[in-house]
Design a protein around this ligand. Sequence first.
Ligand SMILES: [Cu+2]
Length: 330
Amino acid sequence: MKRRTFLQGSAVGIASGLTGYLSWIPRARAATIRKTFYITEGFVTQPDGVDVYFQGYSSTSTTLNVPGESFIVQEGDTVEIEVINTLGDDHSFVIDGMVDSGTIAGGTSTLVTFTANAAGSYLYYDNLNAPFNRVVGLHGGMAVMPSGSSNELYAGSPTFMQQYIWIMNEVDPAWNDTISNGRTPRKAFFPYYFTINGRSMRVPGSPDYSDPAIDAGYNPETRLEGSIGDRALVRILNAGMAMHSVHFHANHVEWLARNGQIRPEIWEKDSLFLPNNLGSLDVIYPFDPPPDAWPSVTTGHFPMHLHDEMTQTAGGGLYQFGLATTIAFK
Ligand SMILES: [Cu+2]
């Protein structure tokens, strides 16, 4: 089996033929949402051809999802997640402010039950052996919609038309290799790969360029696509250890929240600070011509990338194979 197939297995949006953004239909009443995650391990091929070990919350016992599947619930819902640990060592499932599974021993499973008690954007992750279990891939995103709403981050927020979850992470392959052998890394963290929803950017002419299963610029769960008048909510969650400067081209975003804290005033910004170690940002990208550009943007492709330069490389210097994606005005 080609190792890359592990990664393709995680491209849920492609497999099901759906558009990339996460769809949501509000309900009048709270419901019980059930999911199953298998804690598994495997390898993902990086832009320089190196296969790197990861662990993930996966949709089946024989695949690897890094990150775990994003999902949306509604405020007040009861969420029941069966977490099946197929590995030999201890793991956990935690959402800060909502639930902590406690230790799930190797070869056992736990039913994690909680109430989605507040609208917002959340990282679910393994908090054991911190930060190693989290950065080796055991993390994913959950959105909690305000009760009865299909287009707000929080009740009364500016409205959006489509929503995305972006999870940032970076990878030190030496750490991952040490973890694969059941040991705890001792050496200083030295990230070699930078990912958004588990993928890095490819440049035209390179292998895998424009393959939506591999290229972060084309993966539909990552790439922002819209027509003039669209508004994309982007829930940015940082599973990694590096803080970032997030830069959107072609327009400013409306900055709604950082680390789950609603901003008292909504500023329009093109660069935003994303804190490390579980930091988050919630922004709306308006597919509008920016007010201060001439000629104004109405079609074309533009980048979202990070302005901390190391993140734009892979393997210690392969430039523009890092953490970036595409903003496409259709
Ligand atoms: Cu830039």
